[in-house]
Design a protein around this ligand. Structure first.
Ligand code: ATP
Length: 238
């Protein structure tokens, strides 16, 4: 990727932990625990895959990582901070370091593709001229340069997914969490998106991708975690 987006991504040491779970459990309401005794430690700068059958709890685990859910028990630490003891404003700062691509995209229908991607920068108070080039470069990279002015309602599912990915990486997050990011795109675009994630990772972003697609796992070397029956296993020799 040639965009400044990746070049400016922060570097940090591989000995630090970006995400750490200690004996984390999660249940919805009064239901059974869908995640049990989850221990995981994503090193800063690592590239990680999360696999497992449908309903195994992959999305739930990622939601705990981006603080959309709270664990029923156990300890969740992000960037070295126990999230249970953080103030609301500290949690907001932590969230700003996390880019998320989730299955429902979360695009704002009244904003163009360009403005959806630029939104996180505008929220931070950045001036249009400071980010317009980066947003254009990134849209070119994900194959949507010609659709910068389009509204989300006119896009296909795969195009929406690429807008959501561009929006999540434009802020150069310390942690990128992606739930089935290549699920709706053809193989060439999927490969291109994986190269984007790999480049972000090379520049220092810790990445975790949930996927059913074993082919993706061969595409970028990384640690592979497998969820089965509410428990998490790290695949050896992956
Ligand atoms: N909001 C919710 N309320 C109650 N149960 C839920 C909720 N969300 C998920 N679950 C349950 O938690 C379990 C794990 O679901 P989750 O979506 O995390 O799995 P997944 O591995 O991401 O599945 P998929 O690959 O199909 O997306 C499932 O049994 C699901 O029914």
């Amino acid at each position: 990727m040639t965009s400044n987006t990746a070049r400016k991504a922060p570097m940090h040491s591989g000995t630090q932990s970006t995400v750490r779970f200690d004996r984390v459990g999660l249940r919805y309401g009064r239901g059974p625990e869908v995640l049990q005794d989850i221990d995981i430690n994503l090193r800063a700068g690592s590239f990680n895959f999360l696999t497992g059958p449908s309903g195994a709890g992959k999305s739930s685990l990622l939601k705990l990582m981006y603080l959309a859910l709270q664990p029923s028990r156990g300890l969740v630490t992000l960037f070295g901070k126990d999230i249970a003891t953080q103030s609301v404003s500290d949690l907001e700062q932590i969230r700003q370091q996390v880019g998320v691509v989730w299955q429902s995209f979360g695009l704002l229908d009244h904003l163009s593709v360009f403005d959806n991607v630029a939104l996180p920068l505008r929220v931070k108070g950045a001036a249009h001229d400071s980010y317009a080039g980066d947003v254009k470069d990134l849209l070119d990279w994900v194959g949507l340069g010609a659709k910068a002015g389009a509204m989300p309602a006119t896009l296909s599912g795969g195009e929406k997914q690429r807008v959501a990915i561009a929006r999540s990486v434009i802020v150069k997050p310390l942690l990128l969490i992606a739930d089935e990011p290549t699920g709706n795109v053809d193989p060439q675009i999927g490969e291109r998106l994986m190269r984007l994630f790999s480049e972000m990772n090379r520049m220092g972003t810790t990445v975790i991708i949930a996927t059913h697609d074993r082919g993706l796992i061969d595409f970028v070397p990384g640690d592979v975690y497998h969820l089965q029956d509410a428990h998490l296993f790290q695949e050896v020799g992956a």
